[in-house]
Design a protein around this ligand. Structure first.
Ligand SMILES: *[C@@H]1O[C@H](CO)[C@@H](O)[C@H](O)[C@H]1NC(C)=O
Ligand SMILES: *[C@@H]1O[C@H](CO)[C@@H](O)[C@H](O)[C@H]1NC(C)=O
Length: 407
């Protein structure tokens, strides 16, 4: 009895082990053995190693993101083949003239970024890229720039509500706008943004710099309102990317980096919170600087562009959303259509200005602003205060609920 019982136990154990080995092999056969997936995995590891430079110090945020303090000379930008001999510009040679003291708007600014002493001198702060970030970002498509003003059937799932300034034969050297901050609810495959575009559109070489805030789970793994950028250079055959996911942007700040969350957000019909986005071309170096609030974050070097090396031909600001066409379109901004004279109704793009060749911030004429929402019943853009002056001049409201908006 005893021996037959132990035999049974033994045979069950052996069977169990055989099953384990077998199922393990099955999993291996279904997954790991695939040559293509193995190659893709190796490629991801290679990219991660390239993107994540050795950290002098690392900081983990309350949301679990990791930010690395990286030696400024060893940052990812210098992997770009055209930046091998690049000399870092630590600060712009000058700032645009005519910035208006922001405190007079009465709208609060959001907290964002790290304190000055958190990263040691000689380093810059960069969001560490995780493997999942790359896997998700791989399937993240972005409409090619240049057609913000004539969105076509070639871009299903995208919707835009921007206002553009593009006088014929006029050269622009930057733009400035204050965006109010929202956290639109998007699904795992959608994004919803407020964007400032600075582009050269009117040759066959589209160059584009885009900065703003976004809710984009594919890019960041969650729905939070975060600082983001995107650049593209068509002269180099459409090379470009989000944030620092490829080499190009030269980071100089130890406090603000793409990917950071805005800590304070506006509420629909309630208190408003904003921040200020400025992009301009340094006339001495030709580099395109990005300044958030009063922080000089870094620049896109002149070398990586074609037409943007000298000037931009179009600046726009407003909302952009994307979602697969089998889902209802996501909300933009507050999720409500804008109402004139009610700055709490939608996302405010306040005091939208352009930079001229003398590095002066200018207010374009009212008629130079062309609003072009592609689906106004879902997302609209309009002038916030038709007679607004000073800090309210050329201010726009954009946003909407989305839903069934067509392709
Ligand atoms: C960098 O400098 C080297 C040596 O002067 C030169 O051969 C090379 O072409 C330069 N590379 C770039 C991208 O300018
Ligand atoms: C902004 O958000 C931070 C973090 O949640 C909070 O500590 C701070 O009090 C907020 N500031 C304002 C002015 O609401």
């Amino acid at each position: 009895m005893a021996s037959s019982r132990s035999l049974t136990v033994e045979s069950i154990l052996i069977l169990f082990i055989i099953c384990l080995v077998f199922s393990h092999n099955r999993v291996e056969g279904g997954k790991g053995i695939s040559r293509q997936e193995e190659d893709e995995d190796l490629e991801l590891e290679r990219q991660l190693k390239l993107l994540n430079k050795p950290a002098v110090k690392s900081i983990k945020t309350e949301y679990g993101d990791i930010y690395d303090c990286v030696d400024i000379k060893k940052q990812p930008a210098f992997d770009h083949p055209l930046l091998k001999n690049h000399t870092i510009q630590m600060k712009p040679s000058s700032l645009p003239k005519g910035m208006i003291n922001k405190k007079s708007s009465g709208i609060r600014s959001s907290e964002i970024g790290f304190k000055n002493n958190e990263c040691p001198p000689g380093t810059v702060i960069i969001r560490r890229t995780q493997k999942e970030d790359l896997t998700r970002a791989k399937s993240l498509v972005r409409r090619s720039p240049g057609n913000a003003h004539r969105l076509t059937k070639a871009n299903p799932g995208y919707h835009l509500a921007p206002v553009s300034v593009q006088r014929p034969d006029t050269k622009y050297y930057g733009a400035n706008v204050y965006f109010s901050l929202y956290e639109p609810k998007v699904s795992a495959n959608q994004f919803s943004e407020a964007v400032l575009w600075v582009e050269s559109l009117f040759s066959d070489k589209f160059d584009s710099i885009q900065v703003g805030w976004t809710a984009n789970p594919k890019l960041f793994g969650d729905n939070r309102c975060r600082l983001f950028s995107y650049w593209m250079s068509d002269g180099f055959h459409g090379k470009g990317c989000y944030n620092l996911l490829c080499s190009g942007f030269v980071q100089v700040s130890r406090q603000i980096s793409f990917g950071l969350t805005f800590k304070n957000i506006s509420t629909y019909d309630g208190p408003q919170v904003e921040d200020c986005w400025l992009v301009f071309r340094d006339p001495k170096s030709g580099h395109w600087w990005f300044v958030l609030g009063s922080t000089q974050v870094g620049y896109w070097p002149s070398e990586i562009f074609s037409d943007l090396r000298t000037h931009a031909s179009s600046v726009s600001s407003g909302g952009e959303v994307y979602g697969p066409t089998n889902e209802p379109s996501p909300p933009m901004g507050s999720g409500h259509l804008p109402q004139a004279f009610n700055m709490r109704s939608a996302t405010l793009a306040r005091r939208f200005q352009v930079v001229d060749d003398k590095l002066q911030l200018l207010d374009p004429d009212y008629n130079d602003f062309k609003p072009h929402p592609d689906t106004p019943k879902c997302y609209n853009v309009l002038r916030a205060f038709p007679w607004g002056r000073d800090i309210w001049k050329n201010s726009f409201l954009f946003g909407g609920p989305g839903g069934d908006c067509g392709a």
